[in-house]
Write a protein that binds this ligand. Structure first.
Ligand code: GTP
Ligand code: SPV
Ligand code: MN
Length: 593
């Protein structure tokens, strides 16, 4: 017996009978185990050694060319009642889903090793943390899970103590897109994933457990599992505010979580602390505030665009002991992607680089690295009690209309801002890129239940005694008539965060507009920034006609969640639509908030 927890041992035995592996390996999470896996993968070609002088401990993995991103059309949330999964999820009857995917698992591990991966999402001694066990036939998944989660003996001990864990069964199968499914059974705390080895499809602790299953648990237990970074902003007095921000995939979470302050801010003593770059679990504490942990222990970050200029902290993090997936390589065998200096010799598929074949690195190529390697890693990231959240930020890629920043009047307005979020699609999921779609709270691909119920759950946090964070909406991706980004972004985003903190501290008044509170003249600190005044005007303008159309579109979108749409959100949408009509009639009426 490899586990003294009967439920765990029994499940592993059952899966072994179904999948018929040649052997079973219980992962202990040790360095020796990791090194042995790396050696084995170097032999099989699953990993390719990169330049060990410039990048010690770094390896390249090339995934199957048809398996490079999450597959939302093959991802199912299987509640017994279809309505409980909502129009925001693909649904299959649980019995039919089990039958379909178990047929694929039948005998699929013949000749392979079945790895048992006990893992803990969150600091191992945190009451907010939750455990799971992933069974997989992919050593690449094991190596990534070791970086991304607290994996091994300590997690297994906690699981055996608690007796409760999320079960995840994974096989790469044949890597055949026609035989690929990612299935969730929230009521059984169970995930089954077949036919993909990539990121969110295969590292089951990440999107499958920490968002889809956890959001369902969180609703029942009174907390939130969100697609958010967590960053600490320390001012020159040494006071730190923690901010949680939800942006859709490939819209800037990793970057914001480890931003480098602009020159003047650095001189004044501002510091940035990274707590998390992708997922945030938060719950109300006895003080009424929301307290958050990052359930992960590593970053699975987008490579293209990452450079010393945009994200020096990420560059330092990934200079050693990192697994790269689907990047290009240079003549001297260094990892390469678009945005880096130098030139590649071979592309992400290992072909001689030819621009006619598209980018050298896949647009969704990634690095997997331990968060401890990040120079700005916060000591508080390991705190069992988590960090208190001062502000929640929503945002997306909106080339037009959405201002650089606006603040919600109150919690319900903030929930509407999150629910109404839209963004241009990116390469993080398969499908068309650059299409505007609604992505409520950046959770469209990740909420494990009906969005109407989810909005109601968010609204329910506003209750007597609650000391809720302020809610803001940002847009780093506004484009001017020349098609260029109007806002420099990256480190300069701290200027916007500082305004938020000024609002939280009651030092900035803002201007009350129908769509929310915007910075008053001069409140955004722009010293040292060469930003055309006309561009700033454009970034903070409120186009009443455009917003009336937007509110109508938001109204239509929200009604797709009827009859479960909370009336409170409908009222909020109507209030703003009405305020826009009145403001259009009296364009000069502007109260100061
Ligand atoms: P996931 O890991 O998929 O959830 O993505 P993410 O939200 O962590 O996105 P990430 O920080 O990796 O950024 C994705 C892309 O957006 C990269 O190419 C970045 O260079 C770019 N990006 C990030 N921040 C900014 C910004 O402030 N302005 C602009 N223009 N681009 C940005
Ligand atoms: C995302 O797409 O939001 C990611 C990458 O963070 S994946 O792990 O593939 O979901
Ligand atoms: Mn993500």
């Amino acid at each position: 017996m490899a586990s003294k927890l009967a439920a765990l041992q029994q499940w592993v035995d059952e899966v072994a009978v179904l999948t018929r592996p040649a052997q079973i390996h219980w992962c202990d999470g040790s360095d020796a185990e990791y090194q042995a896996l790396v050696q084995q993968m170097l032999q099989t070609g699953d990993l390719i050694e990169l330049n060990q002088q410039t990048h010690p401990g770094c390896y390249l993995h090339r995934s199957h060319p048809s398996d490079v991103a999450r597959v939302e059309h093959l991802t199912f949330v299987c509640h017994p009642q279809q309505e409980d999964s909502g129009p925001n999820n693909h649904w299959m009857d649980p019995a039919a889903a089990h039958a379909k995917i178990d047929a694929l698992f039948d005998g699929c591990m013949a000749g392979r090793t079945l790895y048992v991966i006990p893992y803990c999402m969150g600091p191992i001694d945190s009451p907010l943390a939750r455990c799971g066990v992933e069974l997989t036939d992919s050593p690449y998944v094991v190596a990534n899970m070791r970086i991304m989660t607290r994996m091994g003996a300590a997690a297994q001990a906690r699981i055996e103590r608690e007796g409760r864990f999320v079960r995840g069964l994974h096989s790469i199968g044949e890597l055949d897109p026609e035989r690929r499914f990612i299935m969730h059974f929230p009521d059984e705390l169970l995930i089954k994933s077949y036919g993909s080895g990539y990121g969110g499809n295969a590292l089951l602790g990440k999107k499958c457990h920490a968002l889809r299953i956890a959001s369902h648990q969180a609703r029942a237990e009174g907390w939130l599992a969100e697609h958010m970074l967590i960053v600490g902003i320390e001012n020159p007095l040494g006071e730190t505010h923690y901010i949680a921000a939800a942006f859709p995939s490939a819209c800037g979470k990793t970057n914001l979580s480890m931003l480098i302050p602009p020159e003047g801010y650095l001189r004044d003593g501002w510091k940035v602390w990274t707590v998390g770059d992708d997922i945030c679990w938060m719950r109300p504490g006895t003080d009424g505030r929301l307290h958050a942990i990052n359930p992960e222990s590593g970053f699975f970050g987008v490579a293209p665009g990452t450079s010393d200029a945009t994200n020096h902290n990420a560059m330092r993090s990934i200079s050693h002991d990192t697994i790269f997936t689907n990047v290009a390589v240079t003549a001297d065998n260094q990892p390469w992607w678009e945005g880096l200096p130098g030139t590649p010799v071979s592309d992400w598929q290992g072909r001689a680089y030819d621009p006619a074949n598209g980018p050298a690195a896949h647009p969704n190529s990634r690095f997997t690295v331990s968060a401890r390697q990040c120079p700005t890693w916060s000591a508080q990231a390991e705190a069992p009690a988590g960090v208190p959240i001062s502000a929640i930020v929503f945002g997306g890629r909106r080339p037009a209309l959405l201002p650089l920043v606006m603040e919600a009047r109150d919690w319900a307005h903030g929930v509407l801002m999150g629910a109404a979020m839209g963004s241009e699609t990116t390469a993080a999921a398969t499908g068309a890129v650059g299409v505007l779609r609604r992505d409520s709270m950046a959770m469209k691909p990740f909420c494990g239940y009906h969005f109407g119920d989810y909005f109601a759950h968010w609204l329910a946090f506003d209750r007597p005694g609650a000391k809720l964070p302020k809610i803001f909406h940002v847009n780093w991706f506004r484009k001017g008539s020349n098609g260029q980004f109007l806002w420099p972004g990256y480190g300069d985003n701290l200027r916007v965060l500082e305004w938020m903190i000024e609002r939280i501290e009651g030092r900035a008044t803002g201007v009350d507009r129908p769509i929310g509170i915007l910075p008053a003249d001069g409140e955004l600190k722009l010293d040292g920034l060469a930003l055309e005044p006309a561009w700033l005007d454009e970034l903070l303008e409120v186009d009443h006609a455009g917003w009336q159309d937007e509110l109508a579109a938001i109204g239509d979108y929200l009604e797709t969640f009827a009859p479960r749409l909370p009336e409170r959100l409908r009222v909020e949408q109507q209030r703003i639509a009405q305020a826009l009509v009145e403001a259009a009639e009296q364009p000069r009426r502007q109260a100061s908030g």
